[in-house]
Design a protein around this ligand. Structure first.
Ligand code: DAT
Ligand code: MG
Length: 178
């Protein structure tokens, strides 16, 4: 297979949006299905929801970390958009909290990763996509994905040192690729 790598990031809203049920109400307490879905603490992790969609597809996680990027770093990350009216708000937002930064590997992962993510504006993202299923407005669309081979290369080298990325054989690869 033609392996490629892409940069994917869960933005601060995606990290914070795990459903925290402080006091499970009577309905949840009495519903065995909901009890199974929600972890005992009542914390349902949005990070794992997003990661699992890439994993289930057959892509391979080769790098992951959690960090709060500086404003300057986010300005560099989004340098293509510096003329846009929303640029400052976008960079303030991305630097406002933890981001889960990842590198995913697989055949066609750059283009198909964008398909899993869905259209930029969650109002236009198809159901079944991450933004379509899990977000409502463009300023809080919960996830970033590189938009092409050039940006993937640039973003991976910006967010990760080479030694933070691992190459390994996934047991399932022979069943995913034949
Ligand atoms: P994408 O994240 O789908 O690659 P993009 O690169 O055009 O989209 O824009 C980067 C981010 O900027 C996007 O995820 C959310 C924000 N954004 C884009 N268009 C916007 C708009 N019209 N108003 C507010 N934020 C916007
Ligand atoms: Mg983009």
């Amino acid at each position: 297979p033609q392996m490629e790598r892409t940069f994917i990031a869960i933005k601060p809203d995606g990290v914070q949006r795990g459903l925290v049920i402080d006091r499970p109400n009577k309905f949840i307490a009495s519903c065995s299905l909901l009890r199974k879905i929600l972890k005992p603490s009542g914390y349902n992790n949005q990070i794992s929801e997003i990661i699992s969609r890439f994993e289930r597809k057959g892509f391979k996680l080769v790098g992951i970390k959690i960090m709060v990027p500086s404003k300057g770093f986010t300005q560099k990350h989004y340098h293509d958009l510096k003329e846009k009216p929303f640029f400052n708000g976008l960079c303030n937002f991305l630097s406002s909290g933890p981001v889960v930064a990842m590198v995913w590997e697989g055949e066609g992962v750059i283009r198909y990763g964008r398909k899993l993510i869905g259209a930029t504006d969650p109002q236009k993202s198809e159901p079944g996509t991450i933004r379509g299923d899990l977000a409502v407005v463009v300023g809080r669309n919960i996830i970033h994905g590189s938009d092409g081979p050039e940006s993937a290369k640039d973003e991976i080298s910006m967010w990760f040192k080479p030694e933070e990325l691992v190459s390994y054989t996934n047991n399932a690869d022979k069943w995913i690729y034949g």
